[in-house]
Design a protein around this ligand. Structure first.
Ligand SMILES: [Zn+2]
Length: 295
């Protein structure tokens, strides 16, 4: 009998743990993150439940502040954040601070482990002009830098994205994020995006809803589209052959934004897809695997 009771209480505990993560307000604080194993360069989706009705919830992780959104489907609060490539392995604090509907302040902290990512190494051959650009293209490079700086300087204060992030092309991927690269045996860099095989003219779609903050030719990136998804989250689509949107356009998730190509510093036609959050590049593959709740 005591054994049965123990089994029942274990079941009860399991049930209450599961239920507490899906109820607002919950009986206690609870936090979950995705992916469960965080590494440097990883996007992260936090889900939090609080033991009281909140009107707002804000988070702080790795020195970045962000706001949570409530979701009726998960009965939780969720927020997007990132672990920069430069983050050392260790335990870091996620601090959440909420305001109760009665104005009461409440807070909780969680320890989050960040492990070291093991990114591969590759050697790349491109046209010499893209490794050591000739002097005459300096104005082009400078103009591109100004355009990018301008694009990155504004991000909607509210999240514009909703639901899962979709693949920008329905093709195979290669050239994974984070791989160390040697261009023509000369210059070392790190590959800060995910490459999709894409012959010229392949339809490229917005990974999620957002605003077009850049749609123009750049020296290294070639024809490039950047989408702002709010709160510092930007996705970048490079080496395009044709634009299907213009700067300032609002786009829906999955909307056709361009056709792929091989413009700029490219080894051949493909789509380079990058994810940037608050000035740091994050692993696009992980972003595409997240399961954000619907609003
Ligand atoms: Zn690439």
């Amino acid at each position: 009998m005591s054994c049965l009771r123990r089994q029942l209480s274990t079941l009860c505990l399991l049930l209450s743990t599961t239920l507490s993560a899906f109820a607002i307000p919950a009986t206690r604080w609870a936090a979950q993150w995705e992916p469960t194993k965080l590494v440097n360069g990883s996007p992260v989706l936090f889900r939090v439940t609080a033991p009281l009705q909140l009107s707002e919830l804000n988070g702080n992780f790795l020195g970045q502040e962000f706001s949570f959104r409530p979701s009726k489907t998960c009965h939780c609060w969720y927020a997007f954040a990132g672990v920069s490539l430069a983050t050392k392995p260790g335990m870091y604090t996620l601090r959440v601070e909420g305001k109760g509907t009665g104005g009461k302040q409440t807070a909780m902290s969680y320890l989050v482990r960040v492990s070291a990512a093991h990114y591969p190494f590759s050697t790349i051959k491109v046209a010499p002009a893209f490794v050591e650009p000739p002097k005459e293209v300096e104005p082009q490079i400078q103009a591109a830098d100004v355009a990018k700086k301008q694009a990155f300087s504004t991000s909607d204060p509210d999240p514009l994205w909703s639901g899962p992030f979709q693949r920008p092309a329905q093709t195979e991927t290669s050239g994974v994020f984070g791989s160390a690269r040697v261009y023509n045996g000369v210059k070392k860099s790190q590959h800060l995006g995910l490459d999709f095989h894409a012959s010229i003219g392949t339809p490229i779609h917005a990974t999620n809803a957002g605003t077009v903050i850049l749609a123009r030719p750049l020296y290294f990136e070639g024809n490039c589209v950047m989408l702002d998804h709010g709160q510092g989250l930007v996705t970048v689509y490079m080496h395009l052959s044709e634009f299907k949107v213009k700067e300032g356009d609002k786009v829906a998730a999955g909307q056709l934004i361009a056709l792929s190509g091989g413009t700029g510093r490219s080894t051949g036609p493909h789509l380079h897809f990058a994810v940037r959050w608050r000035g740091e590049y994050l692993d696009p593959r992980t972003l595409l695997e997240l399961h954000p709740p619907a609003k």
